[in-house]
Design a protein around this ligand. Structure first.
Ligand SMILES: NC(=O)c1ccc[n+]([C@@H]2O[C@H](COP(=O)([O-])OP(=O)(O)OC[C@H]3O[C@@H](n4cnc5c(N)ncnc54)[C@H](OP(=O)(O)O)[C@@H]3O)[C@@H](O)[C@H]2O)c1
Length: 279
C-alpha cells in the first residue's frame, strides 16, 4: 500500500483529500502547518528521514493573491524556497513529489487553451513565486508531477463558492468580474482523480494541467452557484479595471487538460459539489 504525506493539510485541497481517504487503499498522513512547517528545512528533512513515504502531495502554499503583492518575501519563502526544501528531500529519499501549481503562471494573452508546453509569463507576485517553485522542482532531480489547476473551489475552507453562498445571506446584489475567462475546478474532483491515478500507478511525471471541460467568466460561475443552490442573489457584471484588485490576473487562463485526467463539464463538477453539500 502506497504511503502518502500531505502537507498543508488544513487548507482547502488538503481537506478534500481528508474527505475521501477511506475510498482508497492508500495510507494518507496529514500534516498541517502546525505539525510540519514546510519553510523549516530541518523539519522537512527529518520527516522524510524518519518515515518512509512513496509520495508527498504538497498542498501548502501562500495563496492570498492580492496580499502577496505587498508580501513578496513571505510568498516567496512558502511558494519557492520551501518547495526547494521539499523537492531536495524528496530527491534524497526517493519520494515522488506531487505539487499543485496554478494558471497564474500564464499572462493570459492567448485566446486558445494553454498547454503544459506553453511559455510562462506570470503577471503577479503570487504567479511569479508559484512559477519559481515549479523551477525549483524541475532543477531538483526528484521524480515529480506538477499539477497546474485554476479557480479551485469546494464546500470546505475559504473559496469563491463559499463566499457567494455567504454573501447571499446578507446581500441582494453583488458585482462580479465578467472579463476574466477561465475554468472553475472542483478541488474534490482534483483530489479524487489524483488518488485514483496514484492508486493505479498511472500518474505521469512532468508538468500536467488539470481542468474540467468548458470555460466561463467569474460572473457566469457566480450565476451558476446561485442557480444550483437556489440562492436569492442578483449578480451584476463589473470589469476587472473597475473592480481594481491589487494583483494583475490573466484575462484568459483556460488550460488544456493533460490526457491522464478524466474531463467532465465544469457545470457537472459544480452540481456534484452542490449535491454533496446537501448531505
Ligand atoms: N485556491 C485557488 O483558487 C487555487 C487555484 C489554483 C491553484 N491553487 C493551488 O492549489 C494549492 C492548494 O490551494 P488551496 O486552495 O488548498 O489553498 P489554501 O486553502 O490557502 O491552503 C493552503 C494551506 O497551506 C498552509 N500553509 C501555508 N504556509 C505553510 C507552511 N509554511 N507550512 C505548512 N503549511 C503552510 C496554509 O496554512 P494556514 O491556513 O495556516 O496559512 C493552508 O492550510 C496551492 O498550491 C495553490 O497555489 C489554488
Amino acid at each position: 500500500m502506497s504511503r502518502i504525506l500531505i502537507t498543508g493539510a488544513n487548507g482547502q485541497l488538503g481537506q478534500c483529500f481528508k474527505q475521501i481517504e477511506e475510498q482508497f487503499d492508500l495510507k494518507l498522513v496529514f500534516a498541517s502547518r502546525e505539525t510540519l512547517d514546510i519553510t523549516d528545512q530541518e523539519v522537512v528533512e527529518q520527516e522524510l528521514n524518519t518515515h518512509q513515504y512513496d509520495y508527498l502531495i504538497n498542498c501548502a502554499a501562500y495563496t492570498a493573491v492580492d496580499a502577496a503583492e505587498e508580501n513578496e518575501t513571505a510568498a516567496s519563502l512558502i511558494n519557492e524556497i520551501a518547495v526547494g526544501f521539499i523537492s531536495k528531500a524528496c530527491k534524497k529519499h526517493s519520494v515522488h513529489l506531487v505539487h499543485i501549481s496554478t494558471d497564474f503562471v500564464f499572462d493570459g494573452l492567448k485566446t486558445s487553451p494553454y498547454t503544459a508546453e506553453d511559455a510562462t509569463n506570470p503577471q503577479s507576485v503570487y504567479g511569479s513565486t508559484k512559477r519559481a517553485g515549479e523551477e525549483r522542482i524541475e532543477e531538483s532531480g526528484a521524480a515529480y508531477s506538477v499539477i497546474r489547476a485554476s479557480w479551485l473551489y469546494s464546500n470546505v475552507a475559504n473559496n469563491f463558492y463559499k463566499t457567494i453562498i455567504r454573501l447571499a445571506q446578507t446581500k441582494d446584489q453583488i458585482n462580479v468580474v465578467n472579463d476574466q475567462i477561465g475554468v472553475p475546478v472542483s478541488a474534490h474532483e482534483l483530489a479524487k482523480q489524483l488518488l485514483q491515478l496514484i492508486s493505479n500507478k498511472k500518474l505521469p511525471t512532468g508538468i500536467l494541467h488539470f481542468a474540467h471541460s468548458g470555460h466561463c467568466s467569474w460572473m457566469e460561475f457566480a450565476q451558476k452557484i446561485v442557480e444550483y443552490n437556489k440562492l436569492d442573489l442578483r449578480i451584476e457584471p463589473i470589469s476587472t479595471e473597475a473592480y481594481g484588485a491589487a494583483a494583475k490576473r490573466p484575462a484568459y487562463s483556460v488550460m488544456k487538460p493533460s490526457s491522464c485526467f478524466e474531463q467532465i463539464p465544469w457545470e457537472k463538477a459544480l452540481k456534484d459539489v452542490v449535491l454533496a453539500s446537501k448531505h
